[in-house]
Design a protein. Structure first.
Lengths: 417, 130
């Protein structure tokens, strides 16, 4: 009986850990001003919860209990350390006084702490690799091993990246705060880019690693939801919409044998309607703000695809128009390539091929496998079989080299570090 | 004529074994005292390692920041300001106003203010026993 109760309490604490640990951590970082101290306190708090809730029951507000317990544990730890560092005595005394006043501990800024955590992990003065690793570690609660696995890196490499980032946050005094209104657009851009990179790493996974990588997309969507809950900016909505609309096609994107299925050949009955509805609603909200940007535009394109029952029934004219707007906001050869594919659908393969050849002639996408496979597809549809074969072979060669090249690059990086 | 002596080293204090660092701090204390007595010393600080550095550029009125010190290939150190700022965000705002940020870049490095460093420089604060 007692054993059964203990097991049940374990499950309860575990469930609370999953739902609350990141919130508690975010608040502890604000209260303690140090990532490592906060993480230690978080674990001490959960250890205490396991003991004390068993005896006295689960408190009414577990989150407040955990924050308070974590803080007391940290004060204890600081007291023990004060023997070695006199300057900590004052801090510990001060915290002791504050801790007696629960209002100081638990106020309106609790929810903002999660936002503070995101903006700190994605601070532009941290290296991009570290922004991603730190966000996955601190905001999502992934282990170092999970992050390493997802990014084909070794655990020590990822651990070192995280340690260096935390040291820089402490040494250079990167503040734990939501940026001011003036800095917000640029700072939000960095956050959105990190979230989108995490999503894409999960979305463009090869079949073999699909399982772990799927988690990355789910994590990115989770942060996306959190962001718009705390900071309903149009581009944050646009990014979440874009991720949901891409994610809606996941089941249709790979065949039973694990091969990639292109949008035109996907079984649209497999598309996740709930994600599409959520994504499309977000697109409308973002568009109505009149201050949207590239993420919203890309999401709008994805939403037009999602609405169509078949490739032929797609509103290609609208898609081409949206790419035109997108190119004005963010000119990139990859977007030009996508626009060319849409033009091919609207005006026929010859028109699309002319645009792709013009892009390739500039040399910018010469090593981009999707440019060659898109060209191959249009040549095939025009009956230019020889050219199609050559382009497919070029695409294949580039695709096969890619994962190996990345692997070697990472190994070299590790040798360097 | 004033000169800024930028000290370059393969290993900084933080990367040395504790006893080596302590000995090195002693050497600096002796050296600093010496040049102070001879009237050579204008001001001196130890910088935290380059891993804590941030480089600020202003182009077309936009501030961009990157991790780490500036590349040493083309740019050379032209001068330095010691500024007081609440945190890195405020330091970046100040650094971005330095005219040179529009032409080249400004590396923002936190200055070491730990008790050991202050003792070595002979500028210990009253509450830290020297």
């Amino acid at each position: 009986m007692r054993k059964g109760q203990a097991t049940q309490m374990h499950a309860t604490v575990e469930a609370i850990y999953r739902s609350e640990s990141r919130r508690v951590l975010a608040t502890l970082i604000r209260l303690l001003g140090d990532f490592d101290l906060a993480e230690e306190a978080l674990h001490d708090a959960f250890r205490a919860a396991l003991e004390q809730w068993q005896r006295y029951g689960v408190p009414e507000n577990p989150r407040a209990w955990l924050v308070s317990a974590g803080r007391f544990k940290a004060i204890d730890a600081m007291r023990r350390r004060t023997r070695f560092d006199a300057s900590l005595i004052e801090i510990a005394k001060q915290m002791d006084v504050e801790a007696r006043d629960p209002a100081a501990l638990y106020n309106d800024s609790i929810e903002d702490d999660r936002l503070r955590l995101i903006f700190t992990c994605c601070h532009p003065t941290l290296p991009p690799d570290a922004q991603i690793a730190l966000t996955l570690r601190e905001v999502c609660g992934l282990t170092t091993e999970e992050i390493a696995h997802a990014y084909l890196a070794t655990a020590p490499t990822v651990a070192q990246r995280i340690v260096r980032a935390k040291n820089k946050i402490r040494d250079a005094r990167i503040p734990y705060q939501v940026p001011s209104q003036a800095d917000l657009p640029e700072r939000l851009d960095t956050v959105l880019r990190v979230v989108y990179l995490v999503f894409n790493e999960g979305y463009s996974a090869s079949a073999g690693a699909a399982l772990t990588r799927h988690d990355l997309s789910a994590e990115a969507i989770r942060i996306g939801r959190l962001l718009i809950e705390l900071l309903p900016e149009p581009e944050a909505m646009g990014l979440l919409a874009l991720m949901l609309l891409h994610e809606s096609r996941r089941a249709a994107r790979t065949s039973s044998t694990g091969n990639l299925v292109l949008l035109a050949e996907q079984d649209r009955a497999l598309w996740n309607r709930d994600y599409i509805a959520e994504g499309s609603a977000l697109v409308e909200r973002a568009l109505s703000s009149h201050s949207f940007g590239p993420y919203t535009l890309q999401a709008t394109i994805a939403a037009v695809h999602a609405e169509a029952r078949s490739p032929a029934a797609t509103d290609w004219a609208q898609i081409v128009g949206l790419y035109d707007v997108l190119l004005r906001a963010d000119s990139s050869p990859v977007i030009e390539l996508n626009r060319a594919a849409a033009v091919a659908m609207r005006d026929g393969p010859a028109a699309g091929l002319a645009l792709i050849d013009a892009i390739l002639a500039r040399g910018e996408l010469a090593n981009y496998h999707l440019a060659h496979s898109a060209r191959a597809d249009l040549c095939r549809r025009l009956g230019r079989t020889g050219e199609a074969r050559a382009a497919y072979e070029r695409a294949l060669a580039l695709m096969q080299q890619e994962p190996e090249r990345r692997f070697i690059e990472r190994r070299l990086e590790e040798l360097d570090s | 004529m004033k000169y800024l002596c930028l000290i370059c080293a393969e290993k900084v204090m933080e990367q040395m074994p504790e006893t080596d660092a302590a000995a090195h701090f002693d050497e600096y204390r002796t050296f600093t005292n010496d040049i102070r007595n001879r009237g050579h010393l204008i001001g001196s600080n130890r910088l935290l390692p380059a891993s804590a550095a941030t480089t600020v550029r202003v182009r077309n009125g936009n501030i961009s920041t990157t991790d780490g010190p500036f590349a040493e290939t083309k740019e050379q150190l032209g001068g330095y300001y010691v500024i007081e700022a609440r945190d890195l965000n405020e330091a970046i705002q100040v650094a971005a106003k330095i005219p040179g940020a529009r032409l080249g870049c400004v590396e923002v490095r936190p200055i070491a203010e730990d008790a050991q460093t202050l003792r070595a420089l002979g500028v210990g604060t009253p509450d830290t026993p020297v």
